[in-house]
Design a protein. Structure first.
Length: 500
């Protein structure tokens, strides 16, 4: 189903949607062994959407066994690269044929604007799967520089059973960043979606099976972090966990690994990303547009959210006025209305957390320029206005902690050294933007900022061809996207042959 982005078409599609609510293990839909379920709700209405199978230790174990059996059988892991490519391209085609439905699932469950889901998240999800698929039969192994008496082969082999534990902010896309390269390199996977957003992941596994992915290669175990997530982290037969989520939970996975089988751990975690605007920024109107996207896109529920606007004193007031003016044009409301750029916060406790940060900003003496309130309470949904604080000090709580909501802190600076020091004065290091007309400044500052991605004169995470991940407490062990993502799902093997 593809989707026309008009209210009547969207409403008709919602009325016709069917939720897949069971776990997907060994090629089939199954209930949790306990038969337990949990409720998933629509954060734009506060109303329940569906009951989802609540997987726990025995279900994870069953999924890991299925994944191991498939892996050892070679049905996927030893397929020819061209055959793996064919299946994953078919998978991408089926995702594309069902783009509208998948976009709606993410909108309904995560409160994200349908325009974003249908024109960004899902197209990027599909492109991600297709890109990794196309790479499969274009990668070569290595031969070491030996003398004639030896042959040294350096091979990349799939690691085996990969656990993927993902967050709710880009449900389909974050899953694709893991499953694309993990499947491309021949692994079997056990995916645990966030408890708040299981629906698109379950549907993706069904479509992968329809595309010809053998049973047991792609399993989905919906459930809670502390139970199903932890069971993946501690399972002795999981070879690697690829995690995206908070730094706090990321740390648990290192502990789970240390206390179990030393499984490989890849972490993509949070951020407190700076946007540094120099006095010679090329076009303050353009900067304001980027700054609003950086701060408010996806309601600020974005790991690379540019939540700290570090601006040269001489242009600060002018820029803040422009940013506020653009932010006012981003309408907040029903995520199913294609006219709205901003939807709901993911759940009530998260709404309350974001409002508490806004209170902290006021209490610490930051100057509220825009927003600051919960709105549309009568809908039952969890909406917050885009909020801007000026005169923020980088020591304030709102400048230090990841809010994961639409709250922008404006921090002034005078010199380049001061700007770099402010940008780096954080435990995080995921992303950064800088704005200047001067090539020298751009190079110097891009090199000086300790972050995995630095964008110049724009807010961007690059595209599928560029690695994405964090310095410092924003990440551990690898990178999502690009060909470097393949490396993290493979083990390096040396085969050393005596020839004479
Ligand atoms: P989260 O609370 O850390 O959860 C992430 C995943 O871990 C969920 O599937 C969660 O399950 C699971 N989990 C929670 N507690 C667990 C535990 N004790 N043991 C094992 N697994 C556990 O993160 P979130 O709230 O879903 O997402 C927001 C965070 O993700 C932000 O910090 C954001 O910056 C980060 N993020 C990073 C990137 C990146 O590429 N660097 C991209 C997107 C988001 P439940 O859902 O059941 O809690
Ligand atoms: Mg959570």
């Amino acid at each position: 189903m593809n989707l026309r982005l008009e209210t009547d078409a969207i409403q008709a599609a919602v009325a016709g949607i069917r939720f897949r609510t069971l776990a997907f293990i060994d090629g089939a839909f199954v209930e949790a062994q306990s038969a337990k379920t949990f409720t998933t709700e629509n954060p734009a209405t506060g109303k329940p959407l569906a009951q989802i199978a609540e997987c726990d230790v025995p279900d994870v174990d069953r999924a890991v066994q299925a994944a191991r059996k498939a892996f050892e059988s070679g049905v996927w892991s030893r397929q020819t690269p061209a055959d793996r490519k064919r299946v994953l391209l078919k998978f991408a085609d089926l995702l594309e044929a069902n783009l509208g439905e998948l976009a709606l699932l993410d909108t309904l469950e995560a409160g994200k604007p349908i325009g974003d889901c249908a024109t960004m998240d899902l197209p990027d999800t599909i492109h991600c799967i297709r890109w990794h698929a196309e790479a499969i039969d274009k990668l070569y192994h290595h031969v070491s520089p030996t003398g004639p008496e030896n042959l040294g082969l350096i091979l990349r082999e799939p690691v085996g059973v990969v656990g993927c534990v993902v967050p709710w902010n880009f449900p389909a896309q974050m899953a694709a960043w893991k499953i694309g390269p993990a499947l491309a390199t021949g692994n079997s996977i056990v995916l645990k979606p966030a408890e708040l957003t299981s629906l698109s992941a379950i549907r993706m596994a069904e479509l992968a099976a329809e595309a010809g992915l053998p049973a047991g290669v792609f399993n989905v175990v919906p459930g809670f972090g502390e139970t199903a997530g932890q069971a993946i982290g501690r399972h002795p037969d999981v070879d690697l966990v690829a995690f995206t989520g908070s730094t706090e939970v990321g740390r648990y996975f290192l502990k789970y690994s240390a206390e179990s089988n030393l499984k490989r751990i890849l972490l993509e975690c949070g951020g407190k990303s700076p946007q540094v605007v120099f006095a010679d920024a090329p076009d303050l109107d353009a900067v304001a547009g980027h700054a609003v996207s950086a701060a408010f896109w996806n309601m600020g529920e974005n790991c690379s959210c540019g939540s700290r606007l570090i601006v040269h004193k001489s242009v600060k007031d002018e820029l803040v006025a422009k940013v506020a003016a653009v932010a006012k044009t981003w309408k907040t409301g029903d995520p199913l209305d294609p006219g709205n750029r901003l939807g709901a916060m993911i759940e009530k406790p998260h709404l309350e957390k974001v409002l508490a940060y806004i209170d902290a900003g006021r209490a610490e003496g930051a100057r509220l320029v825009l927003g600051g309130n919960r709105i549309l309470e009568e809908t039952g949904g969890y909406f917050v206005e885009p909020t801007i604080f000026d005169d923020v000090s980088n020591r304030m709580k709102i400048a230090r902690e990841e809010i994961f909501g639409p709250v922008l802190s404006v921090i002034p600076f005078s010199t380049e050294d001061e700007a770099v020091a402010l940008a780096n004065d954080t435990n995080y290091g995921l992303a950064a933007s800088l704005y200047t007309r001067d090539l020298g400044t751009a190079h110097r500052v891009a090199r000086a900022i300790r972050a995995g991605t630095v964008s110049v004169n724009c807010f961007s995470e690059g595209d599928i061809t560029t690695p994405f991940g964090g310095f410092k407490e924003s990440g551990f062990g690898g990178r999502d996207k690009s060909i470097w993502a393949h490396e993290q799902y493979t083990e390096l093997k040396t085969i050393w042959m005596q020839l004479s």
